[in-house]
Design a protein around this ligand. Structure first.
Ligand SMILES: [Zn+2]
Length: 229
């Protein structure tokens, strides 16, 4: 009787809305398809730390035109972490472009933006009577050592910029190489003011007085403790 009763019981249960159909066996574990590299990166990338977000916000308040960059580790002590690419910076009135700029840390970009506005643009207007329109650099990130040592340069962490010259709205181009010793008194005063103000904002500033390797640029670096030569 049990054999004939079971189908009847099942029908009764189905009519009552109950599921009696046995669950299909689960398929064997499926090997996941590897995600594309960019997708894997997004999964692996932690959200920016609060300090990193605060820095990006500061840079926005400074009206900098910039793009945040994904963290990159190149090995051998070289990396770009919490870095940005700056397209332009703002002064009191107007903006200035930059040449040869690669990635820089957000901290470095924030200090640089303040220096460009208050240290360079204002000095250009006050001493040379013309606004700043462009800062020329010899680069920022560079996986290399401090020249003549086996120590990694701050450039290897995108934490330094080499500044070689300044272009003004009236067309003048003031360079460290050409005007540090051979410029007019006003041009030399401008370059000295620019370096002095850099020393207030960066941990390390090296210029032509430091050594012959810096005869053509100011090395400005976020790290360091008021080392200014
Ligand atoms: Zn440098």
């Amino acid at each position: 009787m049990f054999r004939s009763a079971t189908p009847a019981l099942m029908l009764a249960l189905l009519a009552a809305g109950c599921t009696v159909i046995p669950e299909a066996p689960r398929p064997a574990a499926v090997r996941p398809v590897p995600a594309p590299a960019s997708y894997a990166y997004r999964l692996a990338a932690p959200a920016p730390a609060p300090s990193a977000r605060a820095c990006l916000a500061d840079l926005g308040v400074r009206r900098a035109a910039f793009t945040p960059l994904p963290d990159q580790y190149y090995g051998a002590g070289c990396a770009t972490i919490n870095s940005v690419r700056i397209a332009a910076l703002s002064g009191d009135d107007g903006s200035f472009g930059l040449t040869n700029m690669g990635p820089v840390t957000c901290d470095m970009a924030d200090r640089f933006a303040g220096w460009a506005r208050f240290g360079v643009d204002r000095a250009a207007r006050q001493v040379l009577g013309s606004a700043l329109v462009r800062i020329e650099t010899m680069g920022s990130y560079n996986c290399r050592n401090v020249a003549g040592t086996d120590r990694r340069s701050a450039h290897a962490q995108a934490n330094a910029i080499d500044v070689s010259g300044f272009v003004l709205a009236d067309g003048r181009r003031i360079t460290v190489l050409g005007n540090w010793t051979q410029g007019s008194p006003a041009e030399r005063q401008f370059l000295h003011l620019v370096q002095t103000s850099a020393c207030k904002r960066f941990g390390t500033v090296l210029g032509p007085e430091y050594n012959p390797a810096h005869r053509n640029h100011f090395h400005v670096e976020a790290s360091g403790n008021a080392f200014c030569r």
